[in-house]
Design a protein around this ligand. Structure first.
Ligand SMILES: NC(=O)c1ccc[n+]([C@@H]2O[C@H](COP(=O)([O-])OP(=O)(O)OC[C@H]3O[C@@H](n4cnc5c(N)ncnc54)[C@H](O)[C@@H]3O)[C@@H](O)[C@H]2O)c1
Ligand SMILES: [Zn+2]
Length: 347
């Protein structure tokens, strides 16, 4: 696979102007981004999607494949995805298998997709309620980073992306982590009436943060495109996070992926302290930071319950061992295979 390519909107428009066979699939909720693009570009055909995890399926991919076929898309076609991670995952997978693979490019319109989902070539869909069970690695030709596309994003979605952005800095750039937390805190202090997402988007600093986080993800993916090693670092907070999401689903509770990841990062920090990998105080520091920027920190489920979920998750725990991402300090993480219940074994 090639390395990820991150471009500005003007660069993307220039590249796409001469595409002979351009097809666009966009999230209906991202119409304010997609419709001007449809006007500005030589688009052969476009399709609006109603997105949801329930509709992130092979059936939807099949519908997209049929649409391409009926529109006579050849192997030279380029498929443009405009939307959040659901759209870019669906469109990427469609491109990966249509006529054994065509080109695609991403215009992410959520913060989560700009710093994470739309970069790195993992594509896929859910199967029978299991997330991302079917998929393929296929690198997008490029990913567009444009902070202005996030203006219409609901606050809760914005926070989801913030959890992944801070996660990326905790993996790869300690000073950027500290700077982002402090600038978000002061943006909020300046204008307490506006919500965090809205106020942070006013700052050029936050645009830089998006670009920096996206570049860190791109760098990690370049080193390890198919997750045989360092790419697993991107799962910081996700081992516990997935267990929290799983428990929430079972209890019908409403916890987003980003919220679960924020709580999961704190548990990973606590585990790192217990193992002596991190100095005492790291978890408390992260907890204070996350609280200040509006991220949840406390899992509503006891760790015993989450650890039990890890044991049962055969995929996570091969031979009773789980690959944990541990924090030594902000910007410095390590991968360690440990027994699923090491959280308690190390008190
Ligand atoms: N491929 C990867 O490497 C990778 C990484 C992380 C997550 N993912 C996947 O990404 C998905 C989550 O991505 P997401 O959080 O972007 O979800 P999403 O695509 O569902 O978007 C979140 C919500 O925001 C809406 N939306 C999108 N753009 C908007 C805009 N500009 N203004 C207003 N509303 C807008 C969407 O309609 C949706 O309701 C999951 O399915 C996850 O599995 C993939
Ligand atoms: Zn995630």
């Amino acid at each position: 696979m090639t390395a990820p390519v991150l471009v500005s909107l003007s660069e993307a428009l220039a590249r796409l102007q001469t595409e002979p066979e351009l097809f666009v699939v966009y999230d209906k909720n991202a119409g304010s981004v997609a419709l001007p693009l449809l006007d500005a570009l030589p688009v052969r055909a476009s399709l609006a999607l109603e997105t949801s995890e329930e509709a992130k399926t092979l059936e939807t991919v099949q519908a997209l494949e049929r649409w391409l076929l009926q529109a006579d898309a050849s192997r030279g076609a380029l498929l443009l995805a405009v939307g959040g991670g659901i759209t870019t995952d669906l469109v990427g997978f469609t491109a990966a298998i249509y006529k054994r693979g065509i080109r695609y490019a991403n215009v992410p319109t959520t913060l989560l997709a700009q710093v994470d989902a739309a970069i790195g070539g993992k594509t896929g869909v859910n199967l029978d309620g299991y997330k991302n069970m079917l998929g393929a690695f296929r690198m997008p030709e490029f990913t567009v980073l444009e902070a202005a596309f996030l203006r219409t994003l609901p606050e809760r979605e914005w926070r989801c992306g913030l959890a992944e952005l801070l996660k990326t800095f905790l993996i790869g750039d300690g000073p950027a982590y500290a700077a982002t937390v402090s600038s978000l805190k002061s943006a909020q202090n300046e204008d307490e009436r506006v919500e965090m997402g809205t106020s942070s988007l006013k700052s050029a600093q936050f645009e830089d943060d998006i670009r920096r986080a996206a570049a860190i993800k791109a760098q990690i993916v370049t080193e390890d495109p198919e997750e045989h090693g360092v790419r697993a670092k991107l799962n910081l907070g996700h081992t516990f996070g997935h267990a929290i999401e799983h428990a929430a689903r079972q209890k019908g509770a409403d916890i987003t992926h980003g919220e679960a990841v924020a709580m999961g990062i704190l548990l990973a920090a606590e585990l790192s302290e217990r193992l002596g990998v991190a100095q005492k105080g790291l978890a408390a520091q992260l907890k204070a930071d996350f609280t200040a920027v509006g991220l949840p920190t406390e899992s509503p489920y006891p760790v015993e319950e989450l650890v039990e979920a890890l044991r049962k998750d055969k995929k996570a725990a091969a031979g009773g061992k789980v690959k944990f991402v541990l924090l030594r300090a902000p910007g410095d993480v390590i991968l360690q295979e440990l027994p699923y219940d090491c959280y308690f074994a190390t008190k």
